[in-house]
Design a protein around this ligand. Structure first.
Ligand SMILES: *[C@@H]1O[C@H](CO)[C@@H](O)[C@H](O)[C@H]1NC(C)=O
Ligand SMILES: *[C@@H]1O[C@H](CO)[C@@H](O)[C@H](O)[C@H]1NC(C)=O
Ligand SMILES: *[C@@H]1O[C@H](CO)[C@@H](O)[C@H](O)[C@H]1NC(C)=O
Ligand SMILES: *[C@@H]1O[C@H](CO)[C@@H](O)[C@H](O)[C@H]1NC(C)=O
Ligand SMILES: *[C@@H]1O[C@H](CO)[C@@H](O)[C@H](O)[C@H]1NC(C)=O
Ligand SMILES: *[C@@H]1O[C@H](CO)[C@@H](O)[C@H](O)[C@H]1NC(C)=O
Ligand SMILES: *[C@@H]1O[C@H](CO)[C@@H](O)[C@H](O)[C@H]1NC(C)=O
Ligand SMILES: *[C@@H]1O[C@H](CO)[C@@H](O)[C@H](O)[C@H]1NC(C)=O
Ligand SMILES: *[C@@H]1O[C@H](CO)[C@@H](O)[C@H](O)[C@H]1NC(C)=O
Length: 475
């Protein structure tokens, strides 16, 4: 990652020469916020080339070295665009969104384990696409033709394949990070993989009313806490290795992990009609995350957005967007926490907008007083998320539907059953896989370079070890 460090220093130098023109937006006017969102959404989608002839639909340019973005971030992009439509009513990107979410589903199993990407597939990568499908169900995003898989069934398929991978052999349970046995990271059980499984379980329980999902969700949350990834102060750490019985905990904290657990806890709170257990967990997680990730009321990706330089990998440059969106949405299913969350998101969004140019190009470090010169698809998604979290305070936004309250997506409780990629049925290596494997090797090497940079930047021992233990970008 040395080149990206050089790049960010270069960008910082260039950024200093920009005139201080920022996007025009009045955060007290819904119309103005939507206009700014349209500008930023257009800019965001300019990164998407999957609809140009010869390119693969649904994905952002990549994966490295063919472009900056891993497969999962396409899933994250379409989730952002589902929410963009949901908040603004602007249908401009709905056709691309629907097509992409179906194209990458991985027919015939339709569990977001498409053959092209299995060689580098993590439960979290698959899970991001699953959460976007779940959001499409919850928002009544236009249903695909009945010949295609439906939003709810896609989310159920992801959930069912992950439940089949729940691993009791080590650490008393939990999901591993990577899915194929041969991947670097197969021996790592992390909070994001388990957090997404928890999140999907909570949302499927609320949507369908089927308590099995809630039981799984509670089990996944309890495991994450029991193993110490969620500590007594509600910090959420990155993960640990099975060969150490998950005790060598890498203490890096990432904002999207916290957001994933907070949103799941909000849905469990709502599903349980406001139980004391989930209220306590939701309050505590929120309280701690606001302290950790919003120092001075502005979102900071603290593990890589360091005081003197930004060392975030491309993946990490998009986390603030999920943080804003999911915290905003929790205030709808757990209204009691609205006044704790929304004012903070607003100060953060105000700072974010100072980092956007009039053409909708947005930077990353929101604590700088103007555009910092560090942009990309993730930064654009972050800015959109920030504006959504303001728009929710300005006009009514529909609350996640359920099967009982008008949700129209058709489910299939058995979706994905029997199709999970397990160590015992991983298909033989193909030429495509070899390309994937070499990419992983390249990343291990670049991971080593990063480790040296981290060491010289005085990061914690646990973080460095954990970082090195991973083969690819998704933390
Ligand atoms: C591809 O998508 C982008 C972003 O949605 C859009 O601006 C462009 O017109 C599309 N191109 C084609 C060929 O559909
Ligand atoms: C898989 O890769 C092939 C070859 O690049 C491409 O044509 C196809 O569209 C890809 N499918 C998915 C689901 O990514
Ligand atoms: C409830 O969900 C579980 C999956 O966790 C599934 O096996 C079961 O069939 C579902 N029940 C109904 C009534 O849909
Ligand atoms: C999960 O943890 C809570 C709090 O410790 C406990 O009350 C609950 O019984 C646990 N649930 C399961 C399924 O173990
Ligand atoms: C591994 O850790 C779990 C708790 O996470 C504990 O219940 C179990 O006893 C530990 N196993 C060994 C072999 O230390
Ligand atoms: C929540 O309340 C509704 C209506 O009183 C009830 O039908 C439902 O069973 C309750 N849910 C739980 C998980 O207790
Ligand atoms: C959050 O935690 C702090 C202590 O860390 C406490 O003083 C404060 O009251 C808590 N706020 C809420 C809303 O729970
Ligand atoms: C659950 O969410 C609904 C909105 O869908 C809200 O009206 C209700 O108050 C929430 N339940 C609790 C216990 O906050
Ligand atoms: C809600 O779920 C029930 C039971 O699975 C199903 O029969 C019904 O069609 C669903 N309603 C909608 C609107 O999908």
């Amino acid at each position: 990652m040395a080149p990206s460090l050089v790049k960010s220093l270069l960008l910082a130098a260039v950024g200093a020469t920009f005139v201080n023109a920022q996007i025009e937006v009045d955060l007290s006017s819904a119309a103005s916020v939507k206009t700014a969102m349209a500008t930023i959404a257009y800019n965001c989608l300019s990164y998407y080339k999957g609809n140009l002839s010869g390119n693969t639909p649904g994905i952002l340019p990549g994966p490295p070295p063919n472009g900056d973005y891993y497969w999962w971030e396409g899933g994250a992009l379409w989730g952002t665009m589902v929410d963009y439509w949901h908040y603004t009513g602007d249908t401009s990107y709905n056709p691309s969104t629907q097509y992409s979410l179906i194209f990458q589903a991985g027919a015939p199993a339709n569990s977001y384990e498409p053959a092209n990407w299995t060689a580098s597939l993590g439960n979290d990568d698959q899970g991001f696409w699953g959460m976007s499908a779940m959001l499409a169900a919850e928002t009544n995003f236009e249903n695909p033709p009945s010949s295609d898989p439906q939003w709810l069934s896609l989310a159920q398929a992801v959930f069912n394949t992950q439940a089949a991978r729940w691993d009791t052999q080590y650490c008393n349970g939990g999901l591993r990070w990577q899915i194929p046995l041969s991947n670097n990271g197969y021996d790592y059980k992390n909070s994001i993989a388990n957090g997404i499984f928890f999140n999907l379980g909570a949302r499927l329980a609320r949507y369908t009313g089927n308590d099995s999902y809630a039981q799984w969700a509670e089990k996944a949350y309890n495991w994450t806490a029991d193993v110490g990834y969620i500590d007594a102060n509600y910090n959420i750490f990155d993960g640990a290795h099975v060969e150490h019985n998950c005790t060598d905990i890498n203490k890096a904290q990432f904002s999207y992990v916290a957001a994933t657990f907070i949103q799941g806890a909000g849905f469990m709170y709502n599903y349980t009609n406001g139980s004391a257990l989930w209220e306590q967990r939701l309050t505590s997680l929120t309280n701690r995350s606001l302290e950790v990730f919003f120092p001075n009321g502005i979102a900071v990706e603290l593990s890589c957005e360091l005081p003197n330089n930004v060392q975030c990998l491309t993946d990490m440059l998009s986390y603030k967007g999920y943080l804003h969106r999911w915290l905003a949405q929790v205030t709808q299913v757990a209204p009691y926490i609205k006044n704790t969350i929304l004012p903070v998101l607003k100060t953060s969004a105000t700072a974010a907008m100072k980092n956007c140019n009039p053409d909708g190009t947005c930077g990353f470090r929101w604590t700088t007083p103007s555009y910092d010169g560090d942009t990309g698809a993730g930064q654009e998604m972050n800015a959109l998320g920030a504006l959504m979290s303001v728009l929710i305070t300005l006009e009514p936004v529909s609350v996640a539907y359920t099967n009982m309250t008008g949700g129209t997506s058709v489910g299939n409780a058995a979706a994905g059953v029997g199709s999970a990629i397990l160590p015992t049925n991983f298909r033989p290596i193909t030429a495509g896989d070899r390309a994937g494997a070499s990419i992983i090797t390249i990343l291990i090497i670049s991971g080593l370079v990063s480790m040296l940079i981290w060491m010289s930047s005085g990061e914690t021992e646990g973080f460095r070890l954990g970082f090195f233990g991973k083969g690819k970008g998704m933390m």
